[in-house]
Design a protein around this ligand. Structure first.
Ligand SMILES: Cc1cc2nc3c(=O)[nH]c(=O)nc-3n(C[C@H](O)[C@H](O)[C@H](O)COP(=O)(O)OP(=O)(O)OC[C@H]3O[C@@H](n4cnc5c(N)ncnc54)[C@H](O)[C@@H]3O)c2cc1C
Length: 319
């Protein structure tokens, strides 16, 4: 784990496992819809009403047994069925490690296929999230396999990885592709990943430029960083890309003002919504993976601004 420069952040990360869940929930609930599918879908419905779409992330640590992977799969299948039943504008985002990629890659492929087939049967879409660099190639391989069979599948490219430009070029050359571009959340070494803020931004812009120029099926622009958003808007205008060809994507609870401005300007915007019983482990893991988030959490802890204005509260998981 990277050393934290700020002593308050460092203390917070080390104390987290011993903090009462209620206190951790106080600062986590800005970023998490709740423990249940119902809470998540009520939030999706409110976002849909405000002109935004959503993607659901059923929280879970890396699965270490087939039973855990199966349970995660079932949670996503139920979510797809309920999204369909309620007629919501919402797809799913899935981490392959949760489906067993690290210990049973063959079974994980089967689960991913089952989820893609279920998404297809509901006219919905499966996004395969990108995890740390130990699984980048395996994740792209599964994406390649699925997209040969299903149109409604996409994955993620991390701008901080040095390999990403080559990956995007290869994917575009192989056929229609649907990619979300993000900076990348995991701590990676300088040998394989850009470390500087500006070089990561430059890589992000270059990847977007390549995708817009190639007319990718849909470009997901997953960032809250204003200079990248401004660059994306210029590309959209320059290529006269229709709203069906791109969408901005943001994490629940982050940059809500910017989010509202983009929606007002007529851009499609999707909110990434984590939910589930594993919210505590998720909050803890995010902090360990990327200690910079501690700064945001400390601010939220003292700011006391809780669920995004206009949404129902996330009852049921209160302190
Ligand atoms: C929809 C979506 C999906 C993602 N999927 C993946 C994935 O599959 N794999 C992966 O590795 N990463 C993923 N990420 C995370 C991404 O890689 C970045 O780590 C994260 O988005 C922060 O980067 P940024 O581009 O917003 O820039 P930053 O420079 O980190 O942030 C820009 C500004 O946004 C605000 N901000 C950013 N994050 C937060 C926060 N948590 N709380 C409060 N304010 C914040 C701050 O004001 C900050 O100054 C995803 C991000 C989004 C939005």
């Amino acid at each position: 784990m990277k050393q934290l420069k700020n002593p308050i952040n460092r203390a917070l990360v080390s104390l987290l496992p011993w903090m009462p869940r209620g206190l951790v929930w106080r600062f986590s609930r800005r970023y998490i819809a709740g423990e249940t599918l119902r809470e998540a879908l009520d939030l999706v419905a409110a976002l849909n009403q405000s002109g935004m779409s959503a993607t659901l992330d059923v929280l879970g640590e890396d699965s270490t047994t087939p039973a855990q992977a199966e349970a995660s799969k079932r949670a996503y299948l139920t979510a797809l069925a309920e999204i369909g039943r309620r007629g919501l504008d919402c797809n799913i985002s899935v981490k392959l490690s949760q489906m067993g990629l690290r210990f049973a890659p063959g079974a994980c492929r089967e689960i991913a296929r089952e989820l893609a087939a279920a998404a297809h049967s509901y006219g919905n879409f499966l996004r395969i999230d990108m995890e740390d660099s130990s699984v980048t190639s395996a994740t792209l391989d599964i994406y390649r396999e699925l997209r040969r069979e299903f149109a409604g599948v996409g994955t993620v490219i991390q701008a901080y990885l040095r390999r990403s430009d080559a990956d995007v070029r290869a994917l575009l050359a192989e056929g229609p592709t649907n990619l979300r571009i993000c900076k990348g959340i995991y701590v990676e070494s300088p040998e394989i990943a850009f470390q500087g803020r500006e070089e990561i931004r430059a890589s992000f812009r270059a990847l977007l430029a390549r995708l817009f120029a190639a007319g990718a099926v849909r470009v997901g622009i997953a960032t809250h960083d204003p200079p990248i958003i401004a660059a994306a808007c210029e590309l959209i205008e320059a290529h006269r890309t229709l709203p069906a060809g791109y969408e901005f994507q943001m994490l629940l609870g982050v940059a809500e003002r910017l989010r509202a401005e983009l929606v007002r300007a007529g851009h499609p915007l999707r909110v990434y919504i984590p939910y589930g019983e594993a919210w505590f482990a998720y909050s803890y893991r995010r902090l360990r993976e990327n200690p910079r988030i501690a700064g945001h959490i400390v601010r939220n802890l003292f700011r006391r601004s809780l669920p995004p204005a206009g949404y129902t509260s996330n009852g049921g998981v209160t302190s």
